[in-house]
Design a protein around this ligand. Structure first.
Ligand code: HBI
Length: 372
């Protein structure tokens, strides 16, 4: 049931350009897929007209998805910092932006969600304002300079999810910080954990998630840690298990949101031990939406989401002792407060408000230029 929210907003026509690494629904796009779904839902709820351009084979979202055929883009995460930009023959990214160019005049603005060079380079050549919601921290020199070029020529077009993410770039001031959001109606508050009061961990099984620290924590506290996420690096998983024989890690596979939220809600707390700068950390707000406090390292987006002592604890990065202490203080956290903070700050509507404010400022500024 979608309740219409009467807001005195100018209905905008917004085109979202998705990631070229995989079709929507494949999970390959990771957090960007969740961001896109949430934007479509929140902007639609506010009465804006939203369409999407995405690789063929994408799920249907919003009023219309322009499905574009072509060769998927290699992930920027696998590229070396000094790697040149690669464009495969028959590139889906190039074809997506031909479509964006063809239909641009039906929209007030385009919001690009791809972490790629081409959309940045094309920005000044487009008739309609193109805004970029950057989904990761600095990874690659060519991308960094393309972002700087956009800011130089068309200031105000770049946004990031967190200050920590912005700070990974040479000039953090280039970015408007917009946080993120989730469809809170999909998450049920559970006011207390189940009897086992296990800890929870959610994330791709991959070294940058720091599972070895979670295993260390489990061994020290004797707490069971239920682990959900795509088994991306099996060898890594086995190394962690061998190195931590006393850890009690209970791997429960990858679950879709509706089931995952019900499982997370039964935990005493969610543990986040990022070894890289997470741009945001959607799982933190998903856990809090079910009432579950978050124990996180002071690194990346999650450290900006968690209010220390109120919605969880923020401990010095890589300090497992401090995490163990925080586990003893979980009961100090009011689980209803965790949910309240998500409703206020990280709902679809809250995120849509921040994005529409951004779009309005860019559209008004570019109209002013045209009128001048
Ligand atoms: N790589 N080239 C490229 N383009 C993207 O949009 C992209 C990516 N790697 C990962 C990714 N997007 C998302 O999974 C993260 O931003 C969450």
């Amino acid at each position: 049931m979608s309740r219409w929210v009467e807001l005195d907003v100018t209905p905008r026509r917004i085109l979202l350009a998705s990631t070229p690494v995989g079709p929507l629904g494949s999970g390959i796009g990771g957090g960007v897929e969740l961001t896109l779904h949430n934007l479509v839902y929140g902007l639609g709820l506010q009465g804006h007209h939203v369409e999407v351009v995405a690789p063929a084979g994408s799920l249907h979202v919003g009023e219309r998805v322009h499905q574009v055929k072509g060769a998927l883009q290699v992930s920027s995460q696998t590229q070396a910092r000094d790697a040149p930009i690669e464009m495969p023959s028959g590139s889906v990214l190039a074809a997506m932006w031909s479509t964006v160019s063809d239909i641009q005049d039906q929209f007030d603005a385009v919001i690009n969600l791809a972490y790629d060079w081409l959309p940045l380079y094309l920005t000044p050549f487009m008739r309609v304002p193109v805004l970029h919601l950057v989904s990761m921290g600095s990874l690659n020199d060519v991308m960094d300079s393309a972002l700087a070029d956009v800011e130089l020529e068309l200031s105000g077009r770049l946004a990031a999810h967190s200050m920590a993410q912005a700070n990974t770039f040479p000039d953090p001031a280039m970015f408007r910080i917009v946080g993120n959001g989730i469809v809170t109606e999909r998450y049920d508050l559970q006011t207390r954990p189940d009897a086992e009061a296990a800890l929870g961990f959610v994330g791709r099984i991959s070294p940058e998630k720091g599972l070895e620290d979670v295993a260390e924590l489990s061994a020290r506290t004797g707490r069971v840690v239920r682990v959900w996420g795509m088994m991306q690096d099996e060898a890594y998983w086995h190394r962690v298990a061998i190195d931590h024989p006393d850890a009690r890690l209970d791997y429960r596979g990858f679950l879709p949101t509706d089931e995952l939220q019900a499982e997370i809600g039964r935990c005493a707390a969610l543990v986040m031990t990022p070894k890289w700068v997470e741009a945001f950390g959607n799982v933190a707000i998903e856990a809090m939406a079910t009432g579950v406090p978050v124990l996180t390292y002071d690194r990346g987006g999650p450290a900006e989401i968690v209010v220390d002592g109120v919605t969880g604890f923020v401990v010095p990065a890589d300090d497992v002792d401090a995490l163990a202490d925080a586990v003893e203080r979980i009961d100090q956290i009011d689980r209803a407060m965790c949910r309240q903070r998500v409703d206020a700050e990280y709902s679809s509507l809250a995120m849509a408000d921040r994005v529409v404010t951004w779009v309005d400022e860019v559209v008004d500024a570019s109209n002013a230029v045209v009128d001048a």
